[in-house]
Design a protein around this ligand. Structure first.
Ligand SMILES: [Zn+2]
Ligand SMILES: [Zn+2]
Length: 131
């Protein structure tokens, strides 16, 4: 049983970058949330600002984990615990340099082909309009 990361109650698995947004199955894209903190009004599916906050946290985590400019598929599998076949498919459309895939491309793809910025939290209304 998973526990809600907010309140400790029994939880479901939430994809921080939703699958419908191109989100990928790998551990740091998951957040465990109880029904209220998942789909309730205090959860990311209803509260866009919270949704954005979780996405920014994920993007920051990726920036911290990926410290080099380039990564090979095998390195990414080890670091991010992503399924190798899936990862190959995801990165197929990006340029493979001799050192590997570019960090920026990897993060961009894992974030569902978006770059999130702190401004989005401040300019929250603009962000929603463009979402
Ligand atoms: Zn909860
Ligand atoms: Zn969810």
């Amino acid at each position: 049983m998973f526990k809600c990361e907010v309140c400790g109650k029994e939880a479901d698995k939430h994809h921080i970058v939703y699958r419908s947004q191109g989100g990928v199955d790998f551990p740091i894209n998951f957040k465990y949330l109880c029904p209220e903190h998942h789909r309730g009004k205090n959860g990311p599916h209803k509260n866009r600002q919270l949704d954005l906050k979780y996405k920014l946290e994920l993007q920051e985590k990726l920036e911290k984990i990926l410290v080099k400019e380039f990564y090979t598929i095998d390195e990414l599998v080890t670091l991010l615990k992503i399924n190798k076949g899936m990862l190959k498919r995801l990165l197929r459309e990006y340029k493979l340099y001799k050192e590997g895939y570019k960090k920026a491309d990897i993060i961009y793809r894992l974030m569902g082909k978006k770059v999130y910025t702190k401004d989005m939290l401040e300019n929250y209304c603009d962000f929603i309009a463009n979402f």
